[in-house]
Ligand binder design. Structure first.
Ligand SMILES: NC(=O)c1ccc[n+]([C@@H]2O[C@H](COP(=O)([O-])OP(=O)(O)OC[C@H]3O[C@@H](n4cnc5c(N)ncnc54)[C@H](OP(=O)(O)O)[C@@H]3O)[C@@H](O)[C@H]2O)c1
Length: 364
C-alpha cells in the first residue's frame, strides 16, 4: 500500500522536471490517483502554458469519481495570469480530494485558491511534504517574499586557497566544470565582477546539451550580468557581450537599453564596497523576475557578498593543486568578517579528484 507521502514525493520529483524551462514560474508537479494507483501525472513546463493540475486533468482518461485524489506540490491558482485559474478547472472537473504541499507565496493567491476549493465542497489538506516542496522553489519563494533572488556563489579553489593559477586556465576537473554548467542551466541569471571579464574573457553560457541533462526541454542560457561601475569594459572585445541573450551591465553612469545587442545598462548607487548589491538584488527580482542568481565571484566580489550578507549558498570546488604565491587568494579578509553568521555545511561530494562543498547561510 503506497502512502500519501509517496504520491506527494512523486509529484515533487515530477515538478523538478521543469527546472530548465519553467522560470520565472514555480516548479509544480501533480498526480491523480485512485485506490493507490496513479492515473495521471504532469508537471508545469513553461510560463504561459497549462499548469500541472490542468495538464493532469486533461490527460486523465477516465471520468472523475469520488475515489480519486489529486496531489499537487503548490496551491492551485485562483487568478487569471497568462492562463486561467486552475481552481476553476479543478472545481469543474469534479475531483473532491486534494492534497496540497504548500501555499502559493504569490499575494494574488496565498490561501485564496484553497479557500475557493473548500467553498466548492472540495476536501483540501495542506502541508504534506511542505519542506521538500519549499526546497525546490526556494528561488521563486525568495523573489516573492523577500523581493530578492535566491543567491548561490561558486568558486574553484586550490589546496592553498587560490582562485587563479597562472600556469593553467582551469583549477577544477572537467567533471566539476560540467557540474558548474548544470548550476548555470538551472539559474535564471549569472553575475560576475568586471575583473573576471577582463582577466578571463568568459562566455558564461551553458555548454552542455539536452543529452547531458537527460531532458527533452530546451536548455536556455541564463541572463548574463556584470558589475562594471565606470563602464570600462569594451563590449566589442569580450565574449560575455556576444550572442542574443539578455545582458545587464550594472554601473554608476547611465541607464540605457541597447536593443541591437540586447544589453541593458542599469545605473545604481555605489557604497563603500562598490555598486550597491542589495539594490541590484531588488532590481533583479522586481524588474527582471530572477528567481535564482548564480554568482561566480573573484576575491573582491566574494568579500563584498559576505560583508553584505548576500549569499544563500556558497559552493566551493576544492581542487588537488598547490598554486603557490603567484595565484590570487580567495577571501584574504577573513579576520574582518563578522563571525556571528550561521553557516551550515549542506553537502560534500567527490567529483573526479575535486570535492564540491556546499554551505548554506542561514538568515531570518
Ligand atoms: N576560481 C574561481 O572560481 C573564480 C571565479 C571567478 C573569478 N575568478 C578569478 O578572479 C579574478 C578576478 O577577481 P577580482 O577579485 O580581481 O575581481 P572580481 O571579483 O571578478 O571583480 C571585482 C570588480 O567588480 C566591480 N564591482 C562593482 N561593484 C562591486 C561590489 N559591490 N563589490 C565588489 N566588486 C564590485 C569592481 O570593478 P569596477 O570598479 O570596474 O566596477 C571590482 O573591482 C580573475 O582572475 C578570475 O580568474 C576565479
Amino acid at each position: 500500500m503506497k502512502s500519501e507521502i509517496f504520491f506527494m514525493e512523486k509529484a515533487i520529483d515530477l515538478a523538478k522536471l521543469g527546472k530548465f524551462s519553467v522560470t520565472p514560474n514555480p516548479m509544480v508537479g501533480c498526480i491523480i490517483t485512485e485506490k493507490n494507483k496513479i492515473l495521471s501525472e504532469a508537471y508545469h513546463n513553461k510560463a504561459g502554458c497549462d499548469h500541472a493540475e490542468v495538464i493532469a486533468l486533461k490527460k486523465l482518461k477516465r471520468k472523475v469519481n469520488k475515489n480519486m485524489s489529486m496531489y499537487v506540490t503548490l496551491e492551485p491558482c485562483c487568478h487569471t495570469g497568462k492562463t486561467g485559474p486552475c481552481s476553476d478547472f479543478i472545481i469543474d472537473s469534479g475531483i473532491k480530494n486534494i492534497f496540497v504541499a504548500m501555499l502559493d507565496p504569490n499575494p494574488k493567491v496565498k490561501g485564496k485558491g484553497i479557500k475557493k476549493l473548500r467553498l466548492n465542497g472540495i476536501n483540501v489538506q495542506v502541508g504534506l511534504c511542505r519542506d521538500k516542496a519549499k526546497e525546490i522553489n526556494k528561488g521563486f519563494i525568495s523573489r516573492l517574499t523577500k523581493k530578492r533572488p535566491y543567491v548561490i556563489a561558486k568558486q574553484a579553489l586550490s589546496i592553498d586557497n587560490k582562485i587563479t593559477n597562472p600556469r593553467s586556465k582551469w583549477l577544477s576537473s572537467a567533471n566539476s566544470r560540467k557540474d558548474v554548467h548544470f548550476l548555470r542551466a538551472i539559474s535564471c541569471a549569472i553575475l560576475v565582477g568586471s575583473n573576471t571579464i577582463h582577466e578571463d574573457n568568459p562566455a558564461l553560457n551553458v555548454r552542455l546539451n539536452k543529452k547531458d541533462f537527460l531532458t527533452t526541454d530546451k536548455i536556455r542560457n541564463p541572463v548574463r550580468i556584470v558589475l562594471d561601475s565606470e563602464l570600462n569594459l569594451n563590449i566589442d572585445k569580450y565574449k560575455f557581450f556576444r550572442g542574443k541573450e539578455k545582458k545587464i551591465i550594472f554601473n554608476n553612469i547611465l541607464d540605457k537599453k541597447d536593443m541591437s545587442k540586447n544589453i541593458d545598462y542599469v545605473k545604481v548607487k555605489k557604497d563603500s564596497l562598490g555598486l550597491n548589491l542589495n539594490l541590484i538584488l531588488s532590481i533583479l527580482a522586481e524588474k527582471y523576475d530572477i528567481n535564482y542568481l548564480m554568482i561566480e565571484p573573484g576575491t573582491k566580489l566574494l568579500k563584498s557578498l559576505i560583508k553584505k550578507d548576500i549569499l544563500d549558498e556558497l559552493i566551493i570546488y576544492k581542487c588537488p593543486l598547490i598554486v603557490g604565491k603567484s595565484g590570487l587568494t580567495s577571501l584574504s579578509v577573513e579576520k574582518k568578517i563578522n563571525g556571528k553568521k550561521s553557516i551550515l555545511l549542506e553537502s560534500v561530494k567527490k567529483i573526479s579528484n575535486d570535492v564540491r562543498i556546499t554551505y548554506k547561510f542561514l538568515r531570518e
